[in-house]
Design a protein around this ligand. Structure first.
Ligand SMILES: *[C@@H]1O[C@H](CO)[C@@H](O)[C@H](O)[C@H]1NC(C)=O
Ligand SMILES: *[C@@H]1O[C@H](CO)[C@@H](O)[C@H](O)[C@H]1NC(C)=O
Length: 199
C-alpha cells in the first residue's frame, strides 16, 4: 500500500480548500493512507469545534477505506493539556492514527507528550470501544529508541496496541540501525554501513 503525505506538509499552513483537494487527489491516486497536519492556531486559540470540523472534512475526503493519520505537531501546541484535547478532538473526528510530529518542528516526539497522547487513546477507547493508533515520529534513530517506545506503548495500552495497525514508529534511520543490530546478532560484529543492503 502506498502512503501519501498530503495537506501542506509540514507546516499545515496552506488554505484548507487546497489541502482537502490534495487529499482527494491522493485518494484518487490510490493512496492507502493520508497524513494531515492540524492547524495549530486553532489549538492555541482553543477553537476545538473548528478543529473538529477541519479534521472531519479530511476524514470525509478520505472516504471509509483510506487510513487518516492526523499529525498534531505536539512540539508547537503550547501545553500538555492542549496535546490531550487535540488528541481527543482528532480521534472524535475520525482519525485512525494520531501522530506526534512531522519531524520538522523544533521539538520532536518526547515521552511526556507520548504519555498524554497514549492516555487520551486509552480514555477514548474506554468511552467508545474504538482503538486509535499511535505514531511517534521525529528524532527516533536507534533500535534502542524504538524499544523504549514499544515498552511505553505496552505499559500504557497493553499488548493489543503492539501491531502495525495501531503502532508505527516513524524514523528514517531506524531500519538501518535494526539491520546493524541483526547483523551483529548473527555475525558477532557490527557491520560497516557498506555491508548492509540499505546503505
Ligand atoms: C488556521 O486557523 C486560523 C484561525 O482560525 C486561521 O486564521 C488560519 O487561516 C488557518 N490556517 C489555515 C492554513 O487554514
Ligand atoms: C527531529 O527529528 C528530525 C528527523 O529525525 C531530525 O532531523 C531533527 O534534527 C530532530 N530535531 C530535534 C530538535 O531533535
Amino acid at each position: 500500500p502506498s502512503a501519501a503525505v498530503a495537506t501542506g506538509f509540514p507546516a499545515g499552513q496552506t488554505p484548507l480548500r487546497t489541502r482537502l483537494e490534495e487529499v482527494r487527489l491522493a485518494v484518487e491516486d490510490g493512496a492507502a493512507e493520508v497524513d494531515v497536519v492540524i492547524n495549530r492556531t486553532l489549538v492555541l486559540e482553543g477553537r476545538w469545534e473548528a478543529l473538529y470540523e477541519e479534521i472531519r472534512a479530511f476524514r470525509q475526503a478520505c472516504g471509509e477505506k483510506v487510513h487518516l493519520k492526523t499529525i498534531l505537531a505536539t512540539g508547537e501546541l503550547g501545553s500538555l493539556t492542549n496535546v490531550y484535547k487535540a488528541s481527543m478532538v482528532a480521534m472524535m473526528a475520525g482519525s485512525d492514527f494520531i501522530k506526534t510530529s512531522t519531524g520538522k518542528e523544533t521539538v520532536n516526539a518526547t515521552f511526556p507528550v507520548a504519555i498524554v497522547m497514549l492516555r487520551a487513546i486509552r480514555d477514548f477507547f474506554w468511552r467508545t470501544g474504538r482503538k486509535v493508533g499511535f505514531k511517534p515520529a521525529g528524532g527516533i534513530r536507534s533500535a534502542r529508541d524504538a524499544l523504549a517506545w514499544l515498552s511505553l506503548v505496552k505499559e500504557e495500552l497493553g499488548d493489543a496496541w503492539l501491531q502495525p495497525d495501531l503502532l508505527r514508529i516513524g524514523a528514517s534511520g531506524l531500519l538501518l540501525d535494526i539491520e546493524r543490530q541483526i547483523y551483529h546478532h548473527v555475525t558477532g560484529r557490527y557491520a560497516a554501513y557498506h555491508d548492509l543492503p540499505m546503505s
